[in-house]
Design a protein around this ligand. Structure first.
Ligand SMILES: Nc1ncnc2c1ncn2[C@@H]1O[C@H](COP(=O)(O)OP(=O)(O)O)[C@@H](O)[C@H]1O
Ligand SMILES: [Mg+2]
Length: 429
C-alpha cells in the first residue's frame, strides 16, 4: 500500500501504520485535515516517520505550519528517525508517561505502538492538532470532565498510582472518566476538567510525595509572577480533603462556538532533541534562545523572558526544567514563548553545586549567576541589564519565598522541608 502525496511524491512501505493529522486553525473551533503521517518500522526495529501536507490544506490561505521549524508549509515529504519516528510536534500532542499509563490500563495492554497513543487519546490534547483514521476529521466531541468530578478523578488517580485499579465492568466505566483528560504530557497524575468558562489541567498529589506538591507548585507560579515572569494562571481546589492544583489551559479559549485552540510545540521539539541521553547535547538554553529568536514574533521580549526563567529556576532549584517544560504557542499566525508552567523546587543533597536540566552558560548546566551571565548577549541583554535581572530576582526570592509559600497555604512544616531550595548556598559562590 502507498500514500500519494502532492505531486509525484509516493511513500511506499512494507509494514507501516498511518493516520491523518487534523488541525484547528486560528480562531476556529472545528478541525480540518492538515496532512497524513506514516510510521514505518523496519525489520531491525528502526522507525521512520513521514509526513506530507494535504494539497487542499496547502492551498488554503489560512493554513498554518504544524511546526515552524521542522514542518514548514511545503509540498515535500518530511522524514524523521528521531523520537521513534514521531515528529516532535506530533509527539507533543500526545500523552506522556502518565497519560500512557491511563491508556494502557484502559486498553488492558501493557504497551502500545506510538501511533496508538496518539489515536487512543482524547481531544483534550495540548495544542491545535488531532489524529484519526479518516480523511475528514470528526466533529469535535467537546466532552470534558467537570470540576465537580474532581473527587472521583483524584480517587482514580490514587488507585492508578498504587496500581490497584479494580478490573470489573463498573470500574471500566469509571476509567472512561479518567481517559477523558489523558492527552496532556508529563509524568505526574493529572487530568483535564472544565468549569463555566475555562479548561484546566488538574494536577493531583501522590500519597508518596514528600511535601504538598500541588500547593507548592501553585505558590511557585505566584513567586515567579512576583519575579516578573509570565506564568499560567492557577488556583487550588480542595476535594475530599485533598488539594488539587488547577492550571488554566493557555492553549484553549472558550468562545460562544466552542474552544479555539492555539498551536503548541515543546522545547524538546524546538531543540530537535530526544529524551535519550545521547541527544542531550542539544539540551541547552543557549541553543533554545537562538532557536526562539528565529521563530517568535518578538525576539527581544521572549529572549529576556527566557533569561528570567533560567534565573528563577536556578534560584528555586527547579532542576526539572527539562525541554518539555518549555513551549511556544501560536494563537494566530505568530509564535511566542508560552506562559511558564510546571515550576517545582527541589532539595538535592548538594548545597554547593546544583545543575539545571539544560546548559545555561559557559560552565554547562551550573545554576550559578556567573554561568548564567556568561551568555547574556544570546538573550539579547547587555551585561548590566542581565546582572540587574539576576540581583533583583535573587533579592526578591530571598525576601519573599517564605511568605509566598505560606500565603498559598503551604504548611510551615512543608516550607521548612523545602527551605534549602531557595537561593541555595552555591548560588552565591
Ligand atoms: N496551563 C497549560 N496550558 C496548556 N498546556 C499545559 C499547561 N500546563 C501544562 N501543559 C502541558 O501539559 C504538559 C504536562 O504538564 P506539566 O505541568 O508539565 O505536568 P508534569 O508535572 O506531569 O510534568 C506540559 O508539558 C505541557 O505540554
Ligand atoms: Mg512537566
Amino acid at each position: 500500500m502507498c500514500v500519494k502525496a502532492r505531486g509525484s511524491t509516493v511513500i511506499s512501505r512494507a509494514s507501516a501504520s498511518e493516520c491523518f493529522v487534523y488541525i484547528t486553525l486560528p480562531g476556529e473551533v472545528s478541525p480540518v485535515t492538515a496532512g497524513r503521517f506514516v510510521l514505518t518500522i523496519n525489520t531491525r526495529g528502526d522507525a521512520l516517520g513521514q509526513f506530507v501536507y494535504r494539497t487542499k490544506y496547502l492551498e488554503d490561505p489560512h493554513a498554518v505550519a504544524i511546526d515552524p521549524v521542522e514542518l514548514k508549509l511545503s509540498k515535500r515529504t518530511y522524514e524523521t528517525g528521531l523520537l521513534n519516528g514521531v515528529f516532535g510536534a506530533l509527539r507533543d500532542a500526545g500523552p506522556d508517561y502518565w497519560g500512557r499509563r491511563v491508556i494502557e490500563k484502559h486498553a488492558g495492554k501493557p504497551q502500545l505502538g506510538e501511533l496508538d497513543y496518539l489515536l487512543e487519546s482524547p481531544d483534550d490534547r495540548a495544542g491545535a492538532l488531532g489524529f484519526g483514521l479518516y480523511a475528514e476529521p470528526p466533529a469535535p466531541q467537546r466532552k470534558f470532565n467537570s470540576t465537580i468530578d474532581l473527587e472521583k478523578l483524584q480517587a482514580l488517580a490514587d488507585a492508578l498510582v498504587k496500581d490497584d485499579l479494580p478490573d470489573d465492568r463498573q470500574a471500566r466505566q469509571v476509567q472512561d472518566l479518567m481517559l477523558l483528560g489523558t492527552s496532556m504530557g508529563g509524568a505526574r497524575p493529572k487530568t483535564v476538567v472544565q468549569d463555566n468558562d475555562s479548561l484546566w489541567v488538574a494536577k493531583f498529589n501522590r500519597a508518596d510525595d514528600r511535601w504538598n506538591n500541588t500547593r507548592v507548585e501553585h505558590s511557585m507560579l505566584r513567586l515567579a509572577r512576583e519575579c516578573g515572569i509570565t506564568t499560567a494562571e492557577s488556583r487550588m481546589q480542595t476535594v475530599g480533603g485533598k488539594d488539587v492544583l488547577l492550571v488554566k489551559r493557555f492553549d484553549r479559549e472558550k468562545t460562544t462556538k466552542g474552544y479555539t485552540r492555539a498551536r503548541m510545540v515543546s522545547g524538546l521539539t524546538i531543540l530537535r532533541a530526544d529524551e535519550a541521553p545521547e541527544t542531550r547535547q542539544n539540551w541547552s538554553y543557549v541553543i533554545l534562545v537562538e532557536e526562539l529568536r528565529r521563530i517568535v514574533g518578538d525576539a527581544k521580549r521572549d529572549a529576556a523572558e527566557l533569561f528570567r526563567r533560567v534565573c528563577f529556576n536556578a534560584l528555586v532549584s527547579n532542576i526539572d526544567d527539562h525541554p518539555r517544560n518549555h513551549a511556544i504557542i501560536a494563537k494566530e499566525k505568530e509564535w511566542k514563548l508560552s506562559p511558564a508552567y510546571d515550576l517545582t523546587p527541589s532539595v538535592p543533597v548538594s548545597v554547593e553545586r546544583r545543575d539545571l536540566a539544560l546548559e545555561c552558560g559557559d560552565q554547562g548546566r551550573y545554576a550559578n549567576p556567573n554561568n548564567i551571565l556568561s551568555q547574556h548577549a544570546r538573550f539579547l541583554l547587555v551585561r548590566d541589564e542581565a546582572k540587574k535581572i539576576i540581583s533583583d530576582m535573587k533579592a526578591q526570592v530571598e525576601a519573599t519565598w517564605y511568605e509566598t509559600l505560606r500565603a498559598s497555604g503551604v504548611s510551615p512544616k512543608d516550607a521548612e522541608t523545602i527551605r534549602g531550595a531557595f537561593v541555595y548556598p552555591g548560588f552565591s559562590l
